[in-house]
Write a protein that binds this ligand. Structure first.
Ligand SMILES: Nc1ncnc2c1ncn2[C@@H]1O[C@H](COP(=O)(O)OP(=O)(O)OP(=O)(O)O)[C@@H](O)[C@H]1O
Ligand SMILES: [Mg+2]
Length: 393
């Protein structure tokens, strides 16, 4: 058993940290820098000597080294020193780091392109224009939309559109679900929003995608919590506009909702551009079927008949994708009757064989249609259309 050194090392760390704080408060940055490095070195020893939490200590050590670096470059303190009354500088720093870390975790790489989206031609065009205008050099009077609201039934391609916008610009894509920010960082969610836009400006061009924005709404529930209200007001300020130097940087906010009627005036007013993402019509359906059967022979399909039936059943893009997958599975199962028997083979053996396919047939789809049910009714659609007429555009 190695000797457990964590006790003495931890108290040494505490001492170094206190010294650092005192030095920062006194403005003695050279001492502060040395203490920060001391903190880092103790944490590295801890990581070596303690059988648990090694990763964590290394991560913290890294942070202290960053602090020392910032001091050396004269960058440290501008923000952190503010914390002198109230929270200690390191506490504040830690908290800020924690929010930034969370925000960095929301970044995803988008490989979606406009071609992955079937139909929605007008919507695509408008979004392409917006994105391009926002990126081009332009006179000050030309103000592009800073935020666009996408609304429509579930599964119609709202997330897909946001991700294509990011993919086409090669922009940093922040995929934010309002409800999960609220549930995870209840009470602190407005700080997350600040951190979100701060990082988005740093990593511009950025697209901030706020999914389920209705989760923030105050219209129906009058018992909305203080935390939600604060988050909302921070968000509204961020959307409002002028942030000095960040202003020329492209940070486009796209928000999505299935229940636009739940949004309150304050939110709506920040999204003057509201785009209806409807269920696909016949032509769009055909395009979506082509996208989701790519690489397979569909020459024997009556695409018009499939599209007509889909539209009649109020299928969304998601339903159409599922329909195609069902149909493809029907074909695969029929052609590879012994598939399950191969389950006993080692992976290497399996790699040598290939799946048998054949052209897709109408019967594959007929069976698939029975399995896919849209949750929507005509009444639901009417509600979207009415809202679009009144508030969309
Ligand atoms: N227009 C479309 N073209 C191609 N595929 C589509 C289209 N619409 C939806 N899909 C398929 O359905 C999936 C779900 O779509 P998406 O997530 O964009 O819907 P959404 O409008 O964001 O739904 P929700 O409101 O439930 O979040 C997509 O990943 C894609 O596979
Ligand atoms: Mg979505």
């Amino acid at each position: 058993m190695p000797v457990d050194l964590s006790g003495p090392l931890l108290s040494e760390f505490e001492r170094a940290k206190k010294e650092f704080e005192r030095a920062v408060a006194a403005g003695d940055m050279e001492t502060a820098r040395r203490s920060a490095l001391r903190c880092a070195s103790i944490l590295r020893q801890l990581a070596r000597h303690v059988p648990y939490n090694g990763e964590l200590y290394l991560k913290k050590a890294k942070k202290w080294e960053d602090v020392a670096g910032q001091i050396e470059r004269g960058e440290y303190g501008r923000k952190a020193v503010v914390g002198a009354e109230g929270k200690s500088t390191t506490q504040e720093k830690d908290e800020e780091d924690q929010f930034r870390e969370y925000v960095l975790g929301l970044i995803s790489k988008s490989r979606t392109t406009w071609d992955d989206i079937g139909g929605l031609e007008d919507v695509k065009l408008l979004m392409m224009e917006t994105v391009v205008i926002a990126a081009l050099k332009k006179p000050a009077a030309v103000q592009p939309w800073r935020g666009i609201l996408l609304f429509g039934p579930p599964g119609t391609g709202k997330t897909l559109l946001a991700s294509a916008a990011a993919g086409s610009l090669n922009a940093t894509f922040f995929n934010v679900k309002a409800s999960s920010v609220l549930s995870k960082y209840f009470g602190e969610s407005s700080k997350i929003i600040s951190a979100l836009y701060e990082v988005a400006r740093e990593k511009a061009p950025s697209i901030v995608f706020l999914d389920e924005i209705d989760a923030l709404t105050t219209r129906r529930s009058n018992d909305t919590s203080e935390a939600t209200r604060r988050m909302l007001s921070t968000l509204l300020t961020e959307l409002e506009g002028f942030h000095g130097e960040g202003n020329e940087k492209l940070v486009l906010t796209l928000a999505a909702t299935n229940t636009p009627w739940d949004l309150d005036e304050a939110v709506l007013s920040r999204f003057p551009k509201r785009i209806y993402v409807p269920l696909p019509d016949k032509e769009a359906t055909k395009a979506i079927v082509r996208i989701h059967t790519e690489g397979l022979d569909i020459s024997r399909l009556d695409l018009d008949a499939i599209a007509e039936e889909s539209v009649r059943r109020l299928y969304s893009g998601r339903d159409i994708r599922n329909l195609c997958q069902e149909a493809i599975w029907n074909m695969i199962r029929e052609e590879n009757k012994d598939l399950h028997r191969l389950a006993g083979l080692p992976f290497e053996e399996l790699r040598k064989r290939s799946l048998r396919t054949r052209p897709l047939e109408m019967r594959d789809f007929e069976e698939a249609f029975r399995k896919i049910k849209s949750p929507l009714t005509k009444k639901d659609i009417e509600r979207y259309e009415k809202w679009a007429e009144e508030f969309g555009g």
